[in-house]
Write a protein that binds this ligand. Structure first.
Ligand code: KG4
Ligand code: ZN
Length: 333
């Protein structure tokens, strides 16, 4: 089966073509430059830019995949969560394309797509395992005892992990998106030089909290710490929080495998650190970690494999789509 997937949940237009589990094409048009001068994503500009590029991007993806549109068996798009205008562009385009081709349409929950990307490289990954999702908008830790049974163990109480990277990068004058820029600067810094506290140290549960690190970073910057050291020490604090919480959960529940997904899964320190824990690790390839269209196609193909029906044509963009909606695949207790 060949699926075309579209993600326009935020400021990247992503279009991917996937045959069964194999990614044939995955093109992403970034709007980073467009929003740079505003220090954040301007939703109306994002919508317009998605509208401007989406048709050409779909053509390019089909071209790279080496297949004509009529070879597609289904079309999928993210319906939420995300920015409503941008979501509407991708969703409407995808529905129109599916209708025009006479193929089924699947509306996909953004987090379901991130998880599908992480599972994609893991050939036959079977539950039980833990799943950690860390992106610009989410930080969630799930236990997955059975296929399709997602139990929320903990989540961030304030900022998402990626959001913390973005905010601290802004503080350091690095621009957006912050994650890769902090990671780069951190390479030249001492990760023990700045005494960031470990968030929620000593807690019993599995929640996260990153806004304190952001406040601490502002204070340390005023005190005159080097930016390189700040970046390295901050990155270490975020990574330790994510890894140590996941390891604690794994011990408590007797799990020995963990799937890590979302933009922050692209972080090299996080990947290295997880590799040291002895847990068996499943990560998306870096190009499938941040937002893209292939992960949406992968999630749709997983749905087909589970025998789930296509979405109704009336499915709407849902900016705050709750996790429990991510088909039964993300059924949260
Ligand atoms: O999943 P994603 O592309 O979009 C959302 O759904 O939010 O994640 C984007 C987030 C941004 O906050 C970005 O700073 C972060 O992922 N990110 C990283 C890295 N690459 C992207 N954070 C840390 N290290 C990275 N290498
Ligand atoms: Zn995302």
């Amino acid at each position: 089966m060949i699926a075309l997937g579209i993600d326009t949940s935020c400021d990247d237009t992503g279009v991917g073509v996937v045959r069964d589990g194999e990614v044939l094409a995955n093109v992403v048009a970034s709007q980073t430059e467009l929003h740079a001068e505003f220090g954040g994503v301007v939703p109306e500009y994002a919508s317009r830019e998605h509208t401007r590029v989406i048709d050409g991007l779909v053509e390019r993806a089909l071209d790279e995949a080496g297949i004509p549109a009529r070879a597609l068996d289904l079309v999928a798009a993210t319906y939420g969560p995300g920015l409503v205008g941008p979501l509407l562009v991708g969703l409407s385009y995808a529905k129109g394309l599916a209708l025009g081709l006479g193929v089924p349409f699947y509306g996909i929950h953004h987090l379901e797509a991130h998880l599908a990307a992480a599972r994609a490289g893991a050939g036959g990954l079977e539950p039980p395992y833990l799943a950690l999702l860390a992106s610009g908008g989410h930080t969630h830790l799930f236990d997955v005892p059975r296929e399709g049974d997602y139990r929320l163990l903990g989540a961030t109480r304030d900022d998402a992990a990626g959001e913390a990277f973005d905010k601290v990068a802004r503080l350091l004058g690095l621009g957006y998106p912050g994650g890769p820029r902090i990671a780069k600067l951190a390479e030249q810094g001492d990760d023990r030089a700045v005494p960031f506290p470990l968030p929620l140290k000593g807690q019993e549960g599995f929640d996260f909290s990153f806004s304190g690190l952001k406040t601490a970073a502002a204070r340390f910057l005023e005190k005159g710490y080097r930016k390189e050291d700040l970046a390295a020490s901050f990155e270490r604090a975020v990574v330790e929080s994510l890894v140590q919480t996941a390891v604690r959960a794994a011990r408590k529940l007797g799990r020995d495998r963990v799937v890590v997904a979302g933009g922050v899964a692209a972080n090299a320190r996080l990947r290295r650190r997880f590799a040291e824990t002895g847990l068996e690790l499943f990560l998306p390839p870096p190009e499938l970690a941040t937002d893209n269209g292939a992960m949406v196609a992968l999630a749709a193909l997983e749905r087909v494999r589970r025998g789930e029906p296509p979405s109704p044509w009336t499915i709407e963009a849902r900016p705050y789509a709750p996790l429990a909606e991510a088909s039964h695949a993300l059924d949260v207790e």
